[in-house]
Design a protein around this ligand. Structure first.
Ligand SMILES: [Zn+2]
Length: 61
C-alpha cells in the first residue's frame, strides 16, 4: 500500500485547503419581472424562461 513519505505540515495542509471554501450560489435578475433568479433556471416569481411562460405564476409561487 502506498504510504505518504513525509508528514504534511499544518502550513502545507492549510495552504492546500485555502481553495476549498464553497462559493455562494449565483443569482441574476429575471429579464421579465426583475426578481433575482438562479441562472439557467425558471424564474420562481413569474415562471418565465427565455421570454416564455413555462409554468403558471400561481404554480411557481
Ligand atoms: Zn421573473
Amino acid at each position: 500500500m502506498a504510504v505518504p513519505k513525509n508528514k504534511v505540515t499544518t502550513s502545507k495542509r492549510n495552504m492546500r485547503r485555502a481553495h476549498d471554501a464553497l462559493k455562494g450560489s449565483s443569482y441574476e435578475e429575471c429579464p421579465s419581472c426583475g426578481e433575482l433568479k438562479r441562472p439557467h433556471h425558471v424564474c420562481e416569481a413569474c415562471g418565465q424562461y427565455n421570454d416564455r411562460e413555462v409554468i403558471s405564476a400561481e404554480d411557481a409561487a
